[in-house]
Design a protein around this ligand. Sequence first.
Ligand code: SF4
Length: 220
Amino acid sequence: MPDPGQSRNRRTAFQSAADLIPPGASLDELRKIASGCKACPLWRNATQTVFGEGPENATTMFVGEQPGDQEDSAGRPFVGPAGRILDDALQDLGIDRSKVYVTNTVKHFKWVPATTGKRRIHEKPNAREIAACRPWLDAEIERIKPKLIICLGATAAQALLGKNFKVTKQRGKPIKSDIAPNIVATVHPSSLYKIPDPDERHEAIRQFVADIKKAMRLVK
Ligand code: SF4
């Protein structure tokens, strides 16, 4: 595994994933092409591209930030601890996860090594990485044409709703957009399982589920 510090120092040209996307490509073709994407430096230290998954006729799309450690290993979005919170929320609401499309703003795991041990610590993608990867998300949205996009966390919300969007102030409120008829933002589930106090964690998860429940009414 290459050292992330070395990679950061290496001069790497940023491109845009847009150059890789053939017009009219299907979702499966996009997934295949994205598996070889090197448009920004994040591919270097990740195991694989983690493209979105779900049916092409999904009415709802969930967009997170980037794959985490377990997603990077599995090659699937939202399969780690944050994914389990999302799965539980969907189950509580009687929503079949296989009927929604789940993806991320950035398709490779960005991480730094822990100061001790072998753990890989999540690092937030920067604006250039988000911009380089954006065409993949746009292409997914274009193919799926969701009626509702639920942004999980600030990275997804600011990518789709502008950098001044504040999840803390505007969470749960439907926003009309050219991107999709409705966009709703809530917190990223990774922020929930890290809350140490059980009562606070329980309440934060309750609010997260309530945001999704309210949002899903828009497509019923
Ligand atoms: S993060 Fe996105 S743009 Fe960067 S290499 Fe991965 S797929 Fe390509």
